[in-house]
Write a protein that binds this ligand. Structure first.
Ligand code: F1P
Length: 347
């Protein structure tokens, strides 16, 4: 799926605004703020993008859950780019939130969507079609990774427009994007070990997912996937927030999954993990090949083959998706059609 999303980069040396539509250049020139609205997994993609847009493009960014946004009297800024993210392009809450933003006077809109003919794409000034192919299951997986790739391209386009990215950094970022499909393929090779971990989750009733920084939304997404397809109650938390409540839940019956890439937050995360271990919580840590972290009693570690810098969330979500998939298989739930859920939430 990612290869199809990134196909349009072939031979490109920079991210042209035109990737997002004919008027993109003029619209990007008028934008000083980004408002992202989406639901579910697409909302988590937006949360990751906020870290990129602020750090790389220097653009203030707010991310709103679409089903709530329209009930707030938020203060509108006409120079806002309203970014809607949706796999189906038919999610009623996202469409209503976009309409609300327009009514407030925000006319610059972009849809990141997998359905070219959808209502959402018709309603926005700009669009990026993710070309992930059809998602067979209800739970969004490849739609998520392709949404992230699209949001990273948007970040690069805005960063260049605002003079925040020189040609060398842009070329490096594009090279990293092009290498992504191969990097994901290597992560998928961890499947046998993840399958073995899944056996240990099958009789559990609760699980906690921890991450920090741009991997906090990945922890949220890991928890959502486990809930959606295996029906195990799961919560995603920023690891630093543990001591403000969830630590009370931790005991040996609560598996704790940690997203632990080798970035500047790893040391802080490790001290959070010690807090879990001290309460008897069993840790399942997704680290990188060169993360300084080691196995011990109750601490299981799987290593992703390479650390991927800014784009690391795209790789770290994959083992979490696989974990939920294998837990669901062991528990015998329907991975494609979870009870009570619909592919498109149109009401
Ligand atoms: C949003 C969403 C999905 C989820 C499920 C229900 O859909 O919450 O993330 O997996 O399919 O809807 P969309 O707006 O991205 O199509």
């Amino acid at each position: 799926a990612l290869s199809a999303t990134l196909e349009m980069l072939e031979g490109a040396r920079s991210v042209q605004p035109g990737l997002f539509g004919a008027n993109a250049e003029a619209i990007f020139a008028d934008v000083n703020r980004v408002l992202i609205i989406a639901c579910g997994t697409s909302y988590h993609a937006g949360l990751v993008a906020r870290y990129w847009l602020e750090a790389i493009a220097g653009v203030p960014c707010v991310v709103e859950i679409a089903s709530e946004y329209r009930y707030r009297e938020s203060v509108a800024n006409p120079h806002t780019l309203v970014v809607t993210i949706s796999q189906s392009g038919e999610t009623a809450d996202t469409l209503a939130a976009l309409q609300h933003a327009k009514n407030l006077g925000m006319a610059h809109s972009l849809a990141i969507c997998n359905a070219p003919e959808s209502s959402l794409v018709r309603e926005t000034a700009l669009r990026f079609i993710t070309r992930a192919g059809p998602e067979i299951g209800v739970a969004s997986t490849k739609a998520f990774t392709t949404q992230l790739a699209a949001l990273y391209l948007l970040t690069l386009a805005l960063a260049t427009r605002l003079g925040r990215l020189d040609a060398v950094r842009e070329a490096n970022a594009l090279q990293a994007l092009r290498h992504l499909p191969a990097a994901v393929a290597r992560v998928l090779e961890l499947e046998p070990e993840i399958k073995a971990w899944a056996e240990r989750f099958s009789d559990k009733q609760h699980a906690l997912f921890l991450g920090r920084g741009r991997h906090y939304p990945i922890a949220l997404e890991g928890a959502l996937k486990l809930k959606e397809i295996s029906y195990i109650h799961a919560e995603g938390y920023p690891a630093g927030e543990l001591k403000h409540g969830p630590l009370a839940l931790v005991d040996r019956n609560m598996p704790v999954v940690a997203v632990a890439p080798n970035d500047t937050l790893l040391e802080k995360l490790k001290s959070n993990l010690q807090e879990v271990r001290a309460r008897g919580g069993e840790l399942y840590v997704f680290a990188d090949a060169d993360s300084e972290i080691s196995e011990s009693e109750g601490v299981h570690i799987l290593r992703l083959p390479e650390h991927y810098g800014s784009l690391s969330p795209l790789l770290h979500v994959v083992p979490l998706q696989l974990l939920s998939y294998h837990v669901a298989l062991v528990r015998g739930t329907d991975v494609d059609k979870p009870r009570n859920l619909a592919k498109s939430v149109t009401v």
